[in-house]
Design a protein around this ligand. Structure first.
Ligand SMILES: [Fe+2]
Length: 340
């Protein structure tokens, strides 16, 4: 059958094109990021350069795997969904610094390692989801969430979740441990219910009238607004609006997804090409829109859905410094018994 013949020819052609023997080399990626978020980027990169991207995805254990494989590791580039894994890998000596104007000119200094060991690519902000019906103010600060005027009005997931630890560590970096402890006590006193559930559950609570203000990551708004599988989430999103907290002392807290060149990358040249591509305006925009995140380069526009939430200024502290305060943040959460 002619149709069948054509199909098998196409498949054979695809195989030849992606075979390392005929491709212009390869680059190996270990990714903590879900395949569907990064595969469109790899496809665009391969189309541009002819370099094949091979990926291993895992939610946990990739840094440990790199450690065990040591100099025999096939990995060239590590992609992470948060800054913690990047600083951890760098501290363990698994990173190789990259000096590239094409990368450093596209990533603000606060969102990359000062020694070029890792670079942010997309960011998400930890913000307030405010009830559209019951909250009239358009501005808020993290500090204000501890003001007694909000007694019984606030919902959040547990304090020891990495997202909240990051926010608390960010406050320690800006305002010190003592002020942060006082803030945490005030926030706890304002909670409508004991901290429980994930970020989306907090939006659900606002929609149900259980609280007026919730603390959550920005991208969940996009995931709820477009959720065809669970359309009730669209109602939770519609009941709330994002306010980006900021004060003269502290801008909006962000975390990043990012990348790192492996210490003993066997395909270093290809790896740097991939990293330069990922830092480009085109790739940042594509990457950020996959998960309703923000490109780290302020010159690159977020997707339409994300842009509709408004604009904000990320806090100026380097997110690596925030990582340094995470242990103290966890201790404060324990000491004020935030979850009880
Ligand atoms: Fe998340």
């Amino acid at each position: 059958m002619p149709l069948k013949h054509t199909l098998s020819t196409l498949l054979a052609g695809g195989f030849i094109l992606s075979s390392p023997a005929f491709a212009d080399g390869v680059v190996n990626v270990y990714s903590y990021r879900q395949p569907q978020l990064v595969e469109p980027l790899f496809k665009a990169f391969t189309e541009k350069t002819g370099i094949d991207v091979k990926m291993v995805f895992a939610e946990k254990g990739l840094v440990e795997r790199m450690e065990q494989e040591a100099t025999l590791s096939p990995v060239d580039v590590l992609l992470s969904a948060d800054v913690g894994r990047l600083t951890e890998a760098a501290e363990k000596g698994l990173a190789q610094p990259v000096t590239s104007e094409a990368i450093s000119s596209k990533v603000p200094p606060s969102l990359r390692d000062s020694a070029n060991a890792w670079f942010g690519l997309t960011m998400r902000a930890r913000v307030v989801y405010a009830s559209r019906d019951r909250v009239k103010q358009d501005n808020i600060s993290y500090e204000e969430l501890a003001d007694p005027k909000f007694k019984g009005k606030i919902c959040t997931r547990p304090g020891d979740h990495p997202y909240n630890i990051g926010l608390i560590a960010g406050m320690i970096a800006k305002r010190g441990e003592g002020a942060t402890r006082t803030w945490l006590e005030g926030l706890k006193a304002n909670l409508a219910v004991k901290p429980n559930g994930n970020d989306r559950a907090q939006a659900k609570s606002v929609a149900a009238g259980e609280c007026d203000l919730a603390i959550a990551n920005t991208y969940y708004m996009g995931l709820m607004q477009t959720n065809e599988k669970e359309p009730e989430q669209k109602d939770w999103a519609a009941a709330t609006r994002i306010i980006f907290p900021s004060s003269p002392e502290m801008g909006t807290h962000v975390n990043i997804s990012g990348m790192m060149l492996a210490k003993s990358a066997p395909n270093k040249d290809n790896a740097v090409k991939l990293m330069e591509f990922l830092a480009s305006d085109e790739a940042q925009s594509l990457y950020a829109s996959q998960n309703f995140e923000y490109p780290v380069n302020p010159a690159v526009k977020p997707s339409e859905i994300v842009a509709a939430w408004g604009t904000f200024s990320p806090d100026s502290v380097n997110i690596a410094e925030i990582a340094n305060h995470q242990r103290t943040a966890a201790r404060l959460v324990d000491e004020v018994q935030f979850n009880n």
